[in-house]
Design a protein around this ligand. Structure first.
Ligand code: URA
Length: 201
């Protein structure tokens, strides 16, 4: 099974109710050989339309932070724990919502083989829901971001603030934690490079 085979299979998934309203399955993109994989929560409206992860407002801030960390987005692989947009349709107009536990669990059938094929040295969890899913259930993002943790899917995992959270915080005061996002990407890349080099030596 290759990553492309898995992506093709995922594109017709009906494993949970999110499949009923989605436009596109947002499988993930980037360099499959990258030692660093970024994993967010799930696609929003723009991602659902485009079929690509992190391409809306939050994605633009993430791109800026990646560049500020001295990297290009194409050097990384970017995906989400849940591959279809979660939205509340009760008012007729979809409003993004966090995926529920059953949706997160249903989507493990894609995330687990995907990460097993990517074999990253480091996983950078973007936001608390991703860290709770991949590092530990009781992960506390403000206290535990930027710290290396053991992870069953990579040599180590580290979590950072979600760019959507940073955008909301920016409206309240200062940089909203943006400098921490840049610092965590930098740190995660340094660790990934170091581990990749060790395995080649
Ligand atoms: N937020 C996420 O967690 N993932 C995306 O792809 C976009 C926004």
């Amino acid at each position: 099974m290759t990553l492309d085979d898995l992506k093709l299979e995922a594109s017709t998934c009906t494993g949970c109710a999110l499949s009923e309203r989605r436009t596109n399955v947002v499988f993930g993109e980037g360099d499959p050989q990258s030692p660093l994989v970024l994993i967010g929560e799930g696609p929003g409206e723009t991602e659902d339309k485009m079929g690509r992860p992190f391409v809306g407002r939050a994605g633009q801030l993430l791109d800026k932070a990646i560049n500020e960390a001295g990297l290009q987005r194409s050097q990384l692989y970017i995906t989400n724990t849940v591959k279809c947009r979660a939205a509340d349709w009760s008012t007729g107009k979809p409003v993004n919502r966090a995926p529920v536990e059953a949706e997160v669990q249903a989507c493990r059938r894609w995330l687990e083989p995907q990460v097993a094929l990517l074999k990253p040295k480091v996983i950078l969890c973007i936001g608390a829901p991703s860290a709770k899913n991949l590092i530990k259930k009781n992960f506390q993002i403000t206290k535990e971001r930027g710290i290396y943790f053991p992870c069953e899917f990579a040599r180590t995992a580290i979590a950072t603030l979600h760019p959507s959270y940073i955008l909301r915080q920016m409206n309240i005061s200062g940089d909203g934690g943006y400098s921490l996002l840049v610092a965590d990407i930098t740190r995660a890349w340094e660790a990934a490079q170091k581990l990749a080099k060790q395995s080649h030596d």
